[in-house]
Design a protein around this ligand. Sequence first.
Ligand code: IMP
Ligand code: MG
Length: 175
Amino acid sequence: MNGRPEERPSVAISAETIAHRVRELAREIDERYPPDEPLLLIGVLKGGFVFLADLARAIRRPLEIDFVSVSSYGTGTTSSGRIDLRFDPETEFGGRHVLLVEDILDSGNTLQWLVPRFLDRRPLSLEVCTLLERPGAAEIGVPCHVGFVAPEGFLVGYGLDRAEEFRNLPYIGVL
Ligand code: IMP
Ligand code: MG
């Protein structure tokens, strides 16, 4: 057994509310791109994996899926701004519309670092879809589809973790 069974994050956004919003975002994305032009979803690991899985299945048009993994080093609670690429998507960006799928836009550091590097690869277009965005996140310079304004507090669940715990909660919880 891992985890502490007595610690149960309180519900900030329910599974039903998330599912409803994911369907709306999927429709928005379906309408955004010409149906005959290739769409590539890039999930930002690890936190984006649950959102990506649900979003991809709610989008009706053909698409491809790949992942990127970045690590940022800091003191634990604050990001130092130093970022390393840990896993680089293998799919060619040229000739594809690329949509980056992220769990939460917090400071914006991660995407501010990724976006110019991805634009260098000359996709047909580059946009971001994030489930959550905190007020005050930095501008990332490309269009961003946002699921929810992030509730206050440290959020876990639906892919989000605290020290690798709680990623499998079906709702967004607050600790
Ligand atoms: P940014 O580079 O500051 O935008 O950080 C984004 C990343 O920090 C997210 O992809 C998450 O992995 C992590 N993060 C930020 N806020 C939270 C939170 O409340 N809970 C869990 N992870 C978070
Ligand atoms: Mg993340």
